[in-house]
Structure formats: C-alpha cells, structure tokens
Design a protein around this ligand. Structure first.
Ligand code: PLP
Length: 284
C-alpha cells in the first residue's frame, strides 16, 4: 500500500511517525473513516466538517484545507486502485520531542496519517443479508463521545466481548438506555417510526446517521430522537446500526433474543438501498 504521512505518499514500510507523537503516547488525536464506492468518496463533506469540529473541541489547529484533504483522499484512492473500501485519516497533536501532560505550543505541527483499506464487497457485504447479532454491555467510556478521538480501547474491548459471545457487535447501555454500538449508531423501528438517541456528548454524531435520517424523513418515515432501552429494542419490529463502514446494517438479535422475525426487516433493508443509491449519486 501507498500511505500518506505529513505531505508525502510513501510505501507503507517506509512511513514513519515518532515514538514521542502524542497520538502514540496519549491517544491525543482524532480520526475519520470515509468509505469508497466506485472509486469515489461517500459523504466526504460530512466527514471533513466533523474532523474540524473534533479538532476544534480539542484545541488543535486544522492541518490542511478541505481542498487539500479532498485531493489527498482522491490521490490515495488512485494510487492504491481502490474501487470499494475505506480511507482512514488520523490527525494527532504531533511530536513535542518529549512526554508531557501539557499541550505543546503551536510550533509543534500535527501529524497527519492516512491509508486505504481495500474491501471489494463493501456495498454487498454478506453480513447485510443476515444482519448483526449484538449483546449489550455497560457504557464506561469518557463523557465526550461526540469527539471522534483515537482513544478506542473500550470500544475494542466491546468488540472482543461480542466476539467471545459469538455475536457481531456490542451495544453500549448507560442509565438503562442504549447509547450506541462500539463503532456505529443504534436505531429501532416501531411501525412507521424510526427511533434513535438524540445528539448530545453521549454519542458520536454519525455522518451516516445524519444522511440516513434525512432519507428516512424524505421517505415519509417518522423520526423520533430519544433514548430507548434494550427491552424496548428486543420488542421492536426491527433494529439496525449505521456507520460509514457498514452503511445501514440490520440488527436481528439482542442479548440472545430475536428482534421481529429475526431476519433483516423491510425498513432497514429499504433504508440501506436508498442510502447506497443516493450516496453513490452524490459521491466525490
Ligand atoms: N458511533 C461510534 C462510537 C463510532 O465509532 C462510529 C463510527 O466509527 C459511529 C457512531 C458512526 O459514525 P459514522 O456514521 O460517521 O461512521
């Protein structure tokens, strides 16, 4: 693979970042994942906008303009011949030359790294046909989940707990209600209504979520933004998750209990189709 590091496109074996980089020592950094379909970027503007918000919430300067960011994403797609897959972008607070809890001054430039992941069947992933099974686990993450930081140890542990339980993902629960999945936003469907938690610092403001809710409203679904419990989700007609990497993914089982028929439902299936169609048309 050819990867991007601080302005250079290099073979992955030649790309280097300092051991003093604050991303490495302190998880002091933010990231974005943008999917690629037909060699084009899905929802790039949304991801660029959220990157700026994450950076500004952490008092980090933007490392480049949006035009440069777009050009770099496109260059990586071309250099790596990606038809379907993802671009991972990470910006960390850089290398102050030593370890300290104090943020370095502006003379220390952020470190930007980006690479591609080639996933030839991203749009018609087999998992979308069977749906995800999930378990619920306590949400013990920090209180600023709206910032997309690289501090992903607990979500990673959540994925491992799911794996050990023989399922696909974990949904986090806090104060009796679902916050989100390890790396996706969570929804339930009741009749014509789509229910998902409202945007606060309790969850990541998913870029896929914003687009899916817009398409849902356009398709005459009612959208209700509020917390829901695991019991309510188990009794719902359908459940699903969204993220850039999975688009709209039906959730067919929660804590061993089938949701609805236990198969991907018509609403999640339809929203996935609309999402893929519309986003492909608008891809950059
Ligand atoms: N929630 C969490 C915790 C995530 O990590 C992610 C994506 O990685 C999402 C939600 C979905 O966000 P997006 O739709 O922008 O990919």
């Amino acid at each position: 693979r050819t990867v991007y590091v601080n302005g250079d496109y290099l073979p992955e074996a030649e790309a280097k970042v300092s051991v003093f980089d604050r991303g490495f020592l302190m998880a002091d950094g933010v990231y974005e994942v943008t999917s690629v379909l037909d060699g084009k970027l899905i929802d790039f503007d949304g991801h660029a906008k959220r990157l700026h918000r994450s950076l500004s919430e952490l008092d980090m300067a933007a490392p480049c303009t949006d035009e440069e960011l777009l050009a770099m994403h496109r260059e990586l797609v071309v250099l790596n011949g990606i038809d379907q897959g993802m671009i991972y972008l990470q910006v960390t607070r850089g290398n102050p030359g030593d370890r300290s809890f104090v943020f370095p001054d502006a003379s220390v430039k952020p470190t930007i790294v980006a690479f591609t992941q080639n996933i030839p069947n991203l749009a018609d992933a087999p998992a979308a046909k069977t749906g995800f099974k999930v378990i619920s686990i306590p949400d013990i993450r920090w209180g600023r989940r709206d910032i997309k930081t690289v501090q992903l140890l607990y979500p990673s542990m959540g994925k491992m707990m799911a794996k050990k339980a023989g399922v696909d993902d974990s949904w986090f629960v806090e104060d009796g209600a679902v916050t989100e999945g390890t790396s996706n936003n969570a929804y339930i469907v009741k009749g014509n209504k789509i229910i998902t938690r409202q945007l606060t610092s309790d969850i990541l403001h998913g870029i896929t979520r914003a687009s899916v809710l817009r398409f849902a409203a356009e398709a005459q679904f009612e959208v209700e933004e509020r917390p829901f419990t695991i019991a309510e989700a188990q009794a719902a007609d359908e459940a699903f998750s969204t993220a850039a990497s999975i688009f709209v993914m039906p959730v067919v089982e929660i804590d061993g209990q089938a949701v609805g028929t236990g198969k991907p439902g018509p609403v999640a299936t339809r929203l996935r189709e609309i999402y893929l169609d519309e986003m492909r048309k608008a891809a950059l």
